[in-house]
Every structure is written in C-alpha cells, then in structure tokens.
Design a protein around this ligand. Structure first.
Ligand code: ACO
Length: 322
C-alpha cells in the first residue's frame, strides 16, 4: 500500500509589511479595533511587479530543498489560488516553467480559503493510486489586488503570501484522511462578483473586489469547523487528546480560539500566524505549517490537524502524521 507524506515545507512572504497603524492613516479604523476583532497586527503586501506565481516559486524552492529532492523529481504541481496570474495558462504551469520542470501535470484549484486542503486531497489521491511520487502542493495568493482599500470592513483582514509542501510517496501514512465539502448556496455571503463569463466591464468596478457579510460568515465558520472536527476524529477513530497541533486556516483569531475550544486543544498547541500574516487565504495553512516546522515546534511523528473554511462556502480538514 502506498501512502503520501509531507517530505518538506516552504513559505514566502513579500518584503513589504503593512501595519495596522498604517491603515489608520488611510481609513476610519484603529489598531485596537483590528486587533480586538480579528487578532491581526500586520500583513505582508506583494510588490507591484510580484505575482502569485513568483511567490509560489519562492515557497516551492524552499519546500523542495527541505524535502532533499531535485526540481526534476517533481511529477505533479497543484497551485491552490483564487488570485491567479492570468486567466490562462494556470498559475501551476507558470510555476512549472520557472522551476524548469517538464511534462508533469500542472493545474490550479480554486476553493478560496479552503484551496490548500482541496489541493492536498487531490495530490494525496494521485500518490496513493500511483499517479505521482513527488507532488508540489502550493497555496499562493495576492489578495491585495482584489481588496477595495477604501472598504474598512474587508481590506484590514487580508495579506499576501505563499506556502508549499512536497508530498511524497511513502510506505506509512502521512496523510491519514482528508475531508472536503462545499455548499454553493452561500455564494453571495463572500465573493468577488467580477468574472470572465459575467462580463469584462465588471473588472474595473467595485465588483472586482471582495464583498463579505462578515458577521454571517463568522457564525457559519465557527459552527462548520466544529462539525468537521467531529467528522475527522470519528473517521480516524482518534480522540481529541491525540492531536499534537491544530493548524487552522488563519482568518480571524476569534474563530481559531472558538475552534480550539471545540477540540479541547489548548492554545499552546495551536499554530497562530494571523497576527503577523493576516488572512492569506489558501496560503495560510502551508505558511503556518512551515513557520512551526522551521521554528522547531512541530516534530516528525506528531499528529497534525489542518482545517479551513472559506468562500463558496467551502470547508475541509486533513489529519496528518508529520
Ligand atoms: N475598523 C473599525 N470599525 C469597523 C471596521 C474597521 N476596520 N470594520 C467594521 N467596523 C465596524 C462596523 O461598521 C460595525 O459598526 P456599527 O456597529 O456601527 O455598524 C462594527 O465595526 C461591528 O462590525 P461587525 O461586522 O459586526 O464586526 P465583527 O465583530 O463581526 O467583526 C469581522 C468583523 C472581523 C469581519 C468578522 O465578522 C469575521 O472575521 N468574519 C469572518 C471572516 C472569515 O472567516 N472569512 C472566511 C475566510 S475568507 C475567504 O474565504 C476569502
């Protein structure tokens, strides 16, 4: 039996840091409000010429190095993003070109903030069925380009960045389970209305920016993350106390604290980066994982739980033996 395991992790954050204080000068907001309501202190913002693919490549190089393999060993590339460089080709193909990898399948997945877990689920299935041996699974986002910087209810919450893992074939798990879900009836609560088939004109209007009913999203996120927690534990026949680290999608510290409570996981065992990164959508889980692997908190053999909730609505989890 072939399983998949995380062989290496990598992350990338743009150089420019934007603090809450800087936002105070642009908007009717305050550092205090942003910290209290979301836990966010600062975020990274991509340079003008920096794209989702550029950040994905930087994170991928680190993940490949950490896995101890060569670029040419990669035989599958999946980029989770809702902010691709171009309409086509997929951002994964641009990443593939930069990494000088040839012939592997390369494609994008858009499941908003749950995108990384969707991509991980797909890559795990490829590996377990013999379709790949070393998959590059990336979450990369440039949300600064889809924010209305005059809308205080959304623009203070997001940041840019990329995270990547190399998922390799292994004789032992690895990825113990993935659960992914969606319910499209909530489309209008969190969306960027502009699109290609709905009309180019929209691209230059406010429809090109994130629109969110934050309160309603918050309530739904907390309830749903509780149910995915129960689903994951019972599918694997494990108890809450077996989980060494919770690595949640980093949207809001209050959502993270509420989820940890449902799991009975003390906050010392929850990886939190939302204070420093804000919400980087599909990049947030692999970025948080990379931070905690590199600072030595997460050790080989430990049981990790990833969980995410995002636009769609989409949501999911992965139980991982690191
Ligand atoms: N600064 C100051 N005041 C603000 C700001 C701001 N930046 N933004 C909103 N306010 C005001 C509002 O206008 C409102 O004022 P009012 O009472 O006079 O009308 C007040 O603050 C309270 O606003 P709420 O929206 O009720 O605040 P809430 O406590 O719900 O926090 C937040 C808002 C942070 C957006 C929260 O609802 C949230 O985190 N929602 C979930 C976000 C999320 O998880 N998204 C999913 C992933 S993202 C993805 O998939 C792309």
């Amino acid at each position: 039996m072939t399983w998949s395991k995380i062989a290496g992790t990598g992350g990338y954050l743009p150089e420019r840091i934007m603090s809450n204080k800087e936002l105070e000068k642009m908007l009717d907001t305050s550092d205090e409000w942003i910290r209290e309501r979301s836990g966010i202190k600062r975020r990274h913002i991509a340079a003008e010429n920096e794209t989702t693919a550029d950040m994905a490549v930087a994170a991928s190089r680190k993940a490949i190095e950490a896995a101890g393999i060569e670029n040419s060993d990669i035989d599958l590339i999946i980029v989770a993003t809702s902010t691709p460089d171009k309409i086509f080709p997929g951002t994964a193909c641009i990443v593939q070109r930069h990494l000088e990898i040839e012939n592997s399948p390369a494609f994008d997945v858009n499941a908003a903030c749950s995108g990384f877990l969707y991509a991980l689920d797909i890559a795990d299935r490829f590996i377990r069925t013999g379709g790949a041996r070393n998959a590059l699974v990336i979450g990369s986002e440039t949300y600064s380009r889809i924010l209305d910087w005059t809308d205080r209810s959304t623009c203070v919450l997001f940041g840019d960045g990329a995270g990547a893992v190399v998922l390799s074939a292994a004789e032992e798990p690895g990825i113990l389970s993935t659960h992914i879900h969606a319910n499209g009836k909530y489309e209008d609560l969190l969306h960027v209305p502009a699109g290609i088939s709905s009309g180019y004109d929209a691209v230059r209007s406010e429809a090109a920016f994130i629109q969110m009913k934050g309160n309603e999203v918050f309530r739904k996120a907390v309830g749903t993350l509780g149910s995915i927690a129960r689903e994951t534990l019972s599918a694997n026949n494990i108890e809450k106390k077996d989980i060494a680290w919770l690595i949640p999608h980093q949207a809001n510290l209050r959502i993270i604290v509420a989820t940890a409570k449902k799991f009975d996981i003390p906050m010392e065992h929850v990886v939190v980066t939302v204070d420093e990164h804000a919400n980087t959508s599909s990049a947030s889980i692999p970025l948080a994982l990379d931070v905690a692997v590199r600072d030595g908190r997460i050790k080989r053999g430990e049981l990790l739980l990833f969980e995410a909730f995002g636009a769609g609505f989409t949501w999911g989890s992965a139980l991982v033996r690191y």
